[in-house]
Write a protein that binds this ligand. Structure first.
Ligand SMILES: [Zn+2]
Length: 285
């Protein structure tokens, strides 16, 4: 009887600790999705990728900046890490403050700098995470480093040792958006350029016909990659780009029946084709 009572007390205490958040889920989780390629989930908000070569590892995007990414990455690789940002949005460039050097296209540098303040990180985490956002106390508050932004442009190749990563400029979702091509392994890391739903209605998005040029440029190089690793969602086959092109062409031709689209970033119209959806601004075609 006494033993049962002690077990009951133990269970109650365990339950209380769980409910009070003494054992919260870790902010980051990682999964190896290709050989020496890890996708790090930024608490479900976005994908951060870590790609390891023989000498160096590359971090592609760095998430909301709400937790200690720099230390987490050290649990996955012992190699020196270079950081490259696909674009300057707060859910991709939010941890810049944790790194000394970050490579970025110059057209997105100002946007990325604007994110590098704790109040912006708190606001973007709240927007993306909703009720699961870290409180002011839980938000990671490392002393911000004097991050140096280094410009990259089309064709630049990073040699990680046995693994070469090439920059592909993909203006559209932002003016300075880039993708990174793992040349040998035929993997394209696409930021927000090739998500199943792409936002092309934001103020800084290029006109839609320019986005089409970007997608057609990718299509012209489709033999160079089999897999897309997007900034949100699961890996996809490269022919997903064909659906995106058909979707954007239908919008430009006026042949798609656009629906209303509402989001925290504003309202717009949306069209879909196959697996691809595009939210767009009818005044910025
Ligand atoms: Zn974005």
């Amino acid at each position: 009887m006494k033993r049962n009572f002690l077990i009951l007390i133990g269970l109650i205490i365990t339950g209380l600790l769980y409910v009070s958040g003494q054992n919260p889920a870790p902010w980051f989780t990682a999964k190896e999705v290709a050989n020496k390629v890890w996708v790090i989930s930024d608490h479900g908000s976005d994908n951060i990728y870590l790609v390891e070569g023989d000498d160096t590892a590359m971090l592609i995007d760095n998430g909301l900046g709400a937790a200690d990414l720099r230390s987490y990455v050290k649990t996955l690789t012992k190699k020196p890490v270079i950081v490259v940002i696909t674009h300057g949005h707060p859910d991709h460039a939010g941890s810049n403050y944790q790194f000394e050097k970050v490579y970025i296209h110059p057209a997105d540098a100002e946007a990325a700098k604007a994110m590098n303040r704790p109040e912006r990180r708190a606001a973007s985490s709240k927007t993306m995470q909703g009720g699961d956002a870290p409180s002011e106390n839980e938000l990671y508050k490392a002393e911000p480093l004097d991050t140096k932004l280094i410009a990259v442009s089309d064709g630049h190749v990073f040699d990680l040792g046995g693994r070469r990563m090439q920059v592909m400029e993909t203006p559209g979702h932002t003016p300075g958006g880039i993708c990174l091509l793992d040349i040998r392994n035929k993997i394209l890391f696409t930021g927000d350029n090739n998500n199943t739903l792409v936002w092309l209605f934001l103020e800084n998005c290029t006109p839609l016909h320019k986005c089409l040029e970007t997608l057609e440029k990718q299509q012209s190089r489709i033999a160079e990659f089999n897999t897309l690793m997007p900034g949100h969602g699961a890996p996809m086959s490269s022919d997903f780009i064909n659906d995106q092109i058909a979707c954007v062409k239908a919008i430009l031709a006026g042949t798609c029946e656009a629906k209303e689209y509402k989001s925290f970033a504003g309202n717009s119209k949306i069209c879909a084709f196959g697996q691809a959806s595009v939210a767009f601004n009818p005044d910025n075609l």
